[in-house]
Ligand binder design. Structure first.
Ligand code: IMP
Length: 195
């Protein structure tokens, strides 16, 4: 088992979710809040991959420890892949989950091409320079209006045809097994076990 890993996020929810899913892979999961004034990494890359790698590289260099970073978002086919890397700040300054959903539904209008996917890219970077990048996806369809109270972000408008529910209507335990993050972590586990 690899001894410890730094998670390049200060988001408590993500730390909890990742820690659970990484049980048995790393002995100890440390988060940014356990580091003494870590640098703020600006996510200005053109792709999820660039942003995840940038975060992992900068924090690995600073902490001198193996570091795992993620970048994720929603790609909608009828919007040529938008909001993509801009998912968190889609509706501009002071964006909230609600304002982002309103903007996305307005842009999509009655476009019949409502296929979409959540994407998660994970980058694992060793301070000695070794790097591993994996991607996870979760496919769905954008509804015309929000449904459900669970989850966060775009979950209320992201419909899972197999489950006949939105991501905000499924149990969190189920989301944690089918989400883009879960799928990326499964790939990471497989890659690490292969080493
Ligand atoms: P980040 O990976 O924290 O930068 O996530 C970027 C944005 O993508 C979030 O602010 C959400 O808008 C969206 N997003 C990422 N993962 C999810 C998810 O599981 N459900 C809904 N929205 C998500």
């Amino acid at each position: 088992m690899i001894k410890e890993v730094v998670l390049a996020t200060g988001n408590k929810g993500k730390v909890k979710e990742f820690s659970k899913l990484l049980e048995g892979v790393f002995g100890k999961v440390i988060s940014l809040s356990d580091l003494d004034s870590p640098p703020e990494v600006i996510e200005d890359g053109p792709t999820f991959r660039d942003n995840a790698l940038k975060k992992a590289r900068e924090i690995a260099e600073y902490s001198k420890k193996l570091t795992l970073a993620d970048d994720s978002g929603l790609e909608v086919d009828g919007l040529d892949g938008r909001p993509g890397i801009y998912s968190a700040r889609y509706s501009g300054e002071g964006a909230t989950n609600k304002t982002n959903i309103v903007k996305l539904l307005a842009e999509l209008g009655d476009n019949p091409n409502r296929k979409a996917r959540f994407v998660c890219v994970l980058a694992l970077v060793d301070p000695n320079g070794e790097e591993l990048v994996v991607e996870g996806f979760c496919e769905g369809v954008i509804l015309n209006e929000s449904r459900g109270e669970g989850g966060f972000g775009y979950d209320p408008i992201f419909y899972l045809p197999d489950r006949r529910k939105t991501m905000a209507e499924v149990e969190p335990e189920l989301k944690n097994t089918i989400s883009h993050r879960a799928n990326a972590l499964k790939k990471l586990k497989t890659e690490l076990e292969r080493k």
